[in-house]
Structure formats: structure tokens, C-alpha cells
Design a protein around this ligand. Structure first.
Ligand code: BGC
Length: 366
């Protein structure tokens, strides 16, 4: 059933010959297209038809082959991650809906395990890979591996540097600019009636519950949420910053300890994602505090559970991390790569926008 890369390569080579639109360096597959080169006598009449006809029929072949029967290997850093579960489900629905044979692998938060999974996919001859790296620091190695095997690859969710990606022209990153989500979290606090300064002492006292700090999403959200406050002229005081590794239970523990230690001093709880915010909310409620009255709480992702809490007034707001949009973008980029597109250095990141979610617009996302 699976569509060999050669079929696509041959079809693309033909298209390029007809349309002459190929980029100079994108034909790295051997152009071993036997059929169109020297028509047999019986085909002479057909060969005299306008070139467009051939281009059209080749294009139809490509569309058919990329949409039906291609094999895709998807590596997720760990299945047990609330946001990546939503993302994975979206990817599965889109890919299967388009007729791809898709296999998902759970990296179990272990880069060595994920490396094996990537190698296995390559050995099986998948047409394309979609990879959510376990460690951003493993990007060089992952990119070298897929480049060596010449497998078109879309990286998702954990963004390498532009320089790292420039090593391979059949590689794209689809994700979001995490700075935007951090800024929006800060704006959610600035939009409250007292701009986060509940006790009126002239400064916003906050705790920061961070994701895995190796991840640029965690770094930027931590930095830009607070930067939005200081850029608006607010004074800030960080009471605590701890890594919760994107995990609900850790979010709950950190918030519980901080509430015990700092009590009413805490005016804002910033969480780098919603799952930790849901955990923090449990601690906030257990401590007898009330969100939007004596404490503010913001997350990122717009998980269903968080949307419910925003609607109920138990979270100040969240920021949509558009799993559906990113999954659609990842599949579209993958199809472009399968169609022969290559990416120039510096143009390998495709971003989907974040969106602020408050009680005013939460219904639009539920
Ligand atoms: C999401 C987190 C998720 C992480 C995984 C982030 O973009 O906001 O919820 O745990 O990606 O890498």
C-alpha cells in the first residue's frame, strides 16, 4: 500500500521537466524518470499534445499517491502529556483522514528510546517523519540522522535553532513562538481590575511554576510573562520559581508549598502550561483562596479542563496553544516536503498564533 518515495520523485522529476519551475538545488533525488524522456512511436501523437496535459496528469498522480498510502512515522516525546495527547489525536485524525498509514511512538521522555524509534522508522522505510523531540539539545543528532537517511521530516513542539535546522533542507519546524504566549499571560494579569496588585502595595508578587526548563517554551513563557508586566511599568517581585516539568501533580505540590510559605503575599500564580495550572488550582482551593478575588492564576494551552475553569471563574485566563492548527500545519508542511519542496536556511520555522482566552471569549473555544 505504501507509496514509495521513488514514485513521488519520478512524478516530481517529470513535473519539473514540464513546468521548468524547479529550484536549482531541490532535485536531490536522482531524476531516473524513464517514461517521458523518449516516447515510443505509438505515443508520438500523445507527445504532441500540449505539455500542460502531461503536467496535469502527473500532478494528479502526485496528489493521489501522497494522499493515499504514504507511511508516516510520528515520534511523541511522551504520550503521558496532556497537551501532546490533544496534539497527537489531532495529528492522527488528519493523517488517517488523508489516507496515510501512520504509526505513533511514545518516547517515554527518554531520548535514547526515541533515537531507537527514529532509526526503526527509517529502517522500515517510512516516507516521512514527524518528530516531537524529547530533548531540544538532541536536535543536532536527530537532524543528522534524518538527513543521512534522506527522510523528509517535520519537527514539532520543541523548536531547535535556525542554525541547527539549516543542516537539512528537507526539514521544517511547525510550532508557535513561545514569546507570544508569555506576553499574553502577562497581559491577562494587566487586564484585571488591579493589574495584578491585589493588595495595593505597588508591586505584583508572583510565583512562577515552570515547565521543563530545557524547553524553549518554558524559558520564553517565564521571561515574557513577567516582561509584559515590567514593560507596562509595573513593579514585580518573584517569590518563587520552580520547575514543574509540565506536570499537574508537580504544579499542585509547588503551589501547595508556596501557599504554605508565602500565604497572602502571593498575588499571581504563573504556570507555563494548563496542566500545572489545574494542579495549582487544587492547591489554591485547598488553601481557602479564591481565584480572581484574592489571587490570580494563568496557564497556557486551553486544555478542555482549563477552559472549564476559566468559564467557571476559577482561572483568570489561559492562552490557546492551537494543537489543531499546528497539526494541520505539520501535515501541510510534510506534504510539501513529500512533493519535493525544500526549505532555505532561516525559513524553516512555521508559526501558528496563540490566542488569549478569558471568560469573555471562552465559549468560542469550548
Ligand atoms: C505545552 C505543554 C507541553 C509541552 C511539551 C508546550 O508547548 O504548552 O503543555 O507539556 O509543550 O513539550
Amino acid at each position: 500500500m505504501r507509496l514509495s518515495k521513488k514514485v513521488i520523485a519520478v512524478a516530481m522529476a517529470s513535473m519539473m521537466m514540464v513546468s521548468m519551475t524547479a529550484c536549482g538545488n531541490s532535485n536531490s533525488e536522482p531524476a531516473a524518470a524513464p517514461a517521458p524522456a523518449t516516447p515510443a512511436p505509438a505515443e508520438t501523437q500523445a507527445a504532441q499534445e500540449p505539455a500542460q496535459t502531461e503536467a496535469e496528469s502527473v500532478a494528479a498522480t502526485v496528489a493521489e499517491t501522497t494522499g493515499e498510502g504514504g507511511t508516516v512515522g510520528v515520534c511523541i516525546y511522551k504520550f503521558d502529556d496532556a497537551f501532546m495527547t490533544t496534539y497527537r489525536n489531532a495529528l492522527q485524525e488528519i493523517l488517517e483522514g488523508k489516507g496515510y498509514t501512520v504509526t505513533f511512538m511514545d518516547g517515554k521522555n527518554d531520548q535514547a528510546e526515541q533515537n531507537n524509534q527514529i532509526n526503526n522508522f527509517i529502517a522500515q522505510g517510512v516516507d516521512a517523519l514527524i518528530i516531537n523531540p524529547v530533548m531540544t539539545s538532541a536536535a543536532d543528532q536527530i537532524i543528522a540522522t534524518v538527513k543521512d537517511a534522506d527522510v523528509p521530516t517535520v519537527l514539532i513542539n520543541r523548536e531547535p535553532t535556525a542554525e541547527q535546522m539549516s543542516a537539512y533542507e528537507k526539514l521544517v519546524y511547525v510550532g508557535c513562538d513561545a514569546r507570544q504566549s508569555g506576553t499574553m499571560q502577562g497581559e491577562l494579569i494587566l487586564d484585571t481590575e488591579n493589574k495584578g496588585d491585589i493588595n495595593g502595595d505597588g508591586k505584583i508578587s508572583y510565583i512562577m511554576i515552570q515547565g521543563d526548563p530545557e524547553n524553549v517554551d518554558a524559558q520564553y513563557r517565564t521571561e515574557f510573562s513577567v516582561k509584559a508586566l515590567t514593560d507596562a511599568g509595573m513593579e514585580v517581585e518573584q517569590l518563587d520559581l520552580q520547575r514543574g516539568d509540565w506536570d499537574r501533580n508537580k504544579g499542585q505540590e509547588i503551589a501547595q508549598n508556596d501557599l504554605a510559605q508565602f500565604g497572602d503575599e502571593i498575588e499571581v500564580v504563573f504556570c507555563n502550561n494548563d496542566d500545572m495550572a489545574i494542579g495549582a488550582l487544587q492547591a489554591i482551593q485547598a488553601a481557602g483562596r479564591t481565584v480572581n478575588e484574592d489571587i490570580y492564576l494563568v496557564g497556557v494551552d486551553a486544555l478542555d479542563a482549563a477552559l472549564n475553569e476559566v468559564a467557571a471563574g476559577n482561572m483568570t485566563g489561559t492562552v490557546l496553544n492551537d494543537a489543531q492548527g499546528q497539526a494541520e500545519g505539520a501535515v501541510a508542511a510534510m506534504e510539501e516536503l513529500l512533493g519535493g519542496k525544500t526549505y532555505a536556511s532561516g525559513e524553516q520555522s512555521i508559526y501558528v498564533d496563540y490566542v488569549k482566552v478569558t471568560p469573555d471569549n471562552v465559549a468560542d473555544f469550548q
